[in-house]
Design a protein around this ligand. Structure first.
Ligand SMILES: [Zn+2]
Ligand SMILES: [Zn+2]
Length: 388
């Protein structure tokens, strides 16, 4: 079944504004809600369809991709341009790093959203959120193939133990800032205008600490290495980001922590070159093996080997495909193929016996080099035409 246009699904025209999209979705959601449509068996599917359309159109990045590429933006992404920045392949495992990261953050937002939001709401900022951290992780192509579980040591700041993050000696409660009476802001009148500024005494926190904790100097956090175990899914690429919500620096004075971003880099491999989910391997074959044909054994990324039949008379550059022997796509969606490219190797270091045999072979050659024959006949007619 072909998919309906997302705008059609919500009853919108292309180019609808975010407000229109939201409104249209609310209307549809009300109309199609399964609880209100117990006698309409199609309502559930239509409801899901509307949800899916809204998931895409409410998100600026996804909407832009959809406007440009249609549904193809979220399909396999196995096209030639998959994996390159700016190409389609948004939802595919091959490309779509951005989408992958945001999918992760969606998951984490679901899990931690409430917890994360707790510190930031409200007019007065009580405690500052900790900084986000970036951690660069280099993995081998084999690890990117199989996925891995890794423990990393992240130098970060954690909540101070002696003051339980409050920043006050002995864990005493901070007191209300006398300058701003706890508002975090002070007002100054300049001519006709009243200007609001962040309170200079408490830096906007609204509270001050009379006796700062000696262990942390009143920050409520101390430097420390933390060991984190991370799951790296199979199929990651250079540039893939994994967000670990709440694993960044601890906040100031008990504020919410920042996030940790793991930036992945996949190291180049000696044998395989990767292009999205495809792997390429250049395999040298001897001149006589290429001429006679036969079986060769090639390595595969899972550490195994595959037997490949070389047809007699294979030329340099001949490609062969090994289905399903490439890289896995990040979010499911199958595995790519491996391509081997034959490189016929001209023999070197000939013995006199070998030279003799090759001369004999050459003398016996007639229709053995059709490409040379075609080439030289073209060359001849080219020269003839130049003369004419
Ligand atoms: Zn203040
Ligand atoms: Zn402390």
């Amino acid at each position: 079944m072909s998919k309906r246009d997302y705008y059609d699904v919500l009853g919108l025209k292309k180019g609808a504004s975010p407000d229109e999209i939201k409104k249209a979705y609310r209307g549809k959601a009300k109309e199609l809600h399964p609880d209100r449509n117990t006698d309409n068996p199609r309502a559930e599917d239509q409801f899901k369809e509307a949800n899916e359309a809204y998931e895409v159109l409410k998100d600026n990045d996804k909407k832009a991709a959809y406007d440009r590429y249609g549904h193809a933006a979220f399909e396999g992404g196995l096209g030639a341009s998959a994996g390159r920045p700016g190409g389609p392949g948004f939802g595919g495992g091959a490309g779509g790093q951005g989408d992958f990261a945001s999918a992760f953050s969606d998951v984490f937002d679901d899990l931690f959203g409430d917890f994360m939001g707790a510190g930031g709401r409200g007019g007065r900022q009580r405690a500052a959120r900790g900084a986000d951290l970036r951690y660069n992780l280099r993995v081998s192509l084999e690890e990117a193939y199989g996925g891995l579980h890794k423990t990393i040591n992240v130098p970060t700041s954690v909540q101070c133990g002696p003051c339980s993050g409050s920043g006050a000696e002995g864990g005493a409660e901070p007191t209300t800032c006398p300058t701003c009476s706890g508002m975090g802001k002070v007002r100054a009148t300049q001519g006709f205008f009243t200007v609001e500024r962040t309170c200079p005494t408490c830096s906007g926190l609204g509270q001050i600490i009379k006796n700062p904790c000696k262990a942390c100097g009143g920050n409520g956090r101390v430097q420390k290495d933390r060991a984190l175990s991370v799951n790296i899914p199979a199929g990651v690429e250079t540039g893939t980001r994994i967000r670990l919500a709440g694993e960044g620096e601890a906040g100031m004075r008990g504020g919410p922590p920042g996030d940790l971003y793991i930036f992945l880099e996949v190291a180049p491999h000696e044998l395989f070159e990767r292009d999205g989910v495809s792997l390429h391997c250049r395999v040298p074959v001897s001149m006589s093996a290429a001429a006679l044909g036969g079986d060769i054994e090639v390595p595969t990324i899972d550490g195994g080997r595959s037997r490949v039949k070389i047809p007699a008379g294979s030329q340099s550059g001949r490609q062969m495909r090994l289905r399903g022997k490439g890289m896995p796509a990040l979010r499911g969606g199958g595995t790519g193929d491996m391509f081997i490219e034959l490189a016929v190797e001209t023999p070197v270091n000939l013995t006199s016996k070998q030279r003799e045999l090759l001369r004999e072979f050459e003398a016996l050659s007639e229709d053995n080099n059709p490409e040379s024959k075609t080439f030289f006949s073209s060359v001849k007619s080219f020269w003839d035409s130049m003369k004419g």
